[in-house]
Ligand binder design. Structure first.
Ligand code: GRG
Length: 338
């Protein structure tokens, strides 16, 4: 655990290193046919931020568990995340050719193998999750949390809503017009974060169509991206056998960070540079996606993400100094350039 503000990133890097080492041991079973093993490992071992597994480890640590005990849960989340990236890039989805700075799985291995590599990671995640020394009730809890977050009521459902969503147009919404958005009221961890437009936006500044679109955006982002991030925090708490209050605080922190993460992702798609991003920027606009900058403008998007980070940090009050790294990570989520 870091002792002060300056060492948090070293701690993040250390945890990332632990995740990398463990991931390198995954999917080595000689029973897995060669091309499938190669395809699954190609994506899993490509350079990612490992944000979700690090969140599992930090959540477990902040509740008093060892990093070792949380590693299987952390790697399971990363396996699900990697599967979602492979499938998200497929021609039937976003049809992307660059990911994590490399050609996408279907470009290298063909569509059929890319689909099956995703399937292998999805199922392998649950094998990984049940491979540690956790007590059975904790494993069962984690399986339920992860399956729900990844499934129809979470990430996959969010992807469906995303595919269906139409962007607008919403005439008259510009950076200055939309900047009427109010600041987010401070939320106590006990009452949960305020993620709805009713709390985020003043009632009289938007027309109904825009308000409905913002609501839809929040729902899609929270399901498609937020669900897995929230699950990472909850799983860390479960591994540590945290009490229900700690678990609720970490879940609320995850909900705020999850939404802030996807807002930052929307902003980066507009302002980021390809080599640093590791994927092609500008794709959201090309694909006609419903995004935060399109609805509200860049400035309001930045402010909104910043307010969510503040709310996320409020949720950590009860953990005191132990949560210093989680506070920094929340800021990193919106300040990152990739
Ligand atoms: C079953 C066909 C089928 C689809 C699965 C694909 C899918 C459902 C859901 C997509 C979810 C998805 C890809 C959300 C995008 C989230 C996002 C912004 C990913 C990028 O995350 P980073 O920046 O990436 O953490 P790294 O590479 O650093 O891990």
């Amino acid at each position: 655990m870091p002792q002060d503000d300056s060492s948090w990133f070293d701690w993040y890097e250390q945890l990332r290193g632990r995740v990398e080492s463990r991931l390198r041991t995954c999917l080595t079973d000689p029973q897995i046919p060669d091309p499938l093993r190669q395809a699954a490992r190609y994506s899993l071992l490509a350079e990612g931020k490992r944000l979700r597994p690090v969140l599992v480890l930090m959540a477990a640590d902040v509740c008093g568990a060892s990093v070792d005990s949380a590693l299987p849960a952390a790697c399971a989340v990363e396996m699900i995340h990697t599967y979602s990236l492979i499938h998200d890039d497929l021609p039937a989805m976003d049809d992307d050719s660059l990911r994590r700075g490399r050609p996408t799985s279907h470009v290298v291995y063909g569509e059929a193998l890319a689909i099956l590599a995703g399937d292998t990671l999805l199922t392998g995640a649950f094998e990984m999750l049940s491979s540690g020394d956790l007590p059975h009730p904790a494993v069962a809890d984690c399986v339920r949390i992860l399956a729900r977050a990844a499934g129809g009521a979470g990430m996959v459902g969010g992807q469906v809503l995303d595919l269906q969503a139409e962007r607008g147009p919403f005439p008259g919404v510009t950076d200055s017009g939309a900047a009427a958005a109010s600041s987010v009221p401070a939320s106590a961890a006990s009452s949960g974060p305020s993620l709805s437009p009713a709390d985020l936006l003043p009632a009289d500044s938007f027309d109904e169509a825009l308000r409905a679109a913002v609501e839809r955006l929040i729902r899609i982002h929270s399901m498609k991206t937020g669900a897995l991030i929230t699950a990472a925090l909850e799983m860390g708490a479960v591994v540590a056998q945290a009490d229900s209050h700690q678990r609720r605080c970490l879940r609320h922190y995850g909900e705020c960070c999850g939404l802030a993460f996807q807002i930052a992702d929307d902003l980066l798609d507009v302002s980021g540079s390809g080599p640093r991003l590791g994927k092609q920027p500008g794709r959201d606009r090309e694909l006609g996606k419903l995004t935060c900058p399109d609805l509200l403008g860049m400035e309001t998007g930045r402010r909104w993400a910043g307010e969510l980070v503040k709310q996320a940090c409020d949720c950590l009050t009860g953990f005191g100094e132990r949560a210093v790294a989680l506070r920094h990570l929340a800021r990193f989520i919106v300040e990152r350039d990739h």
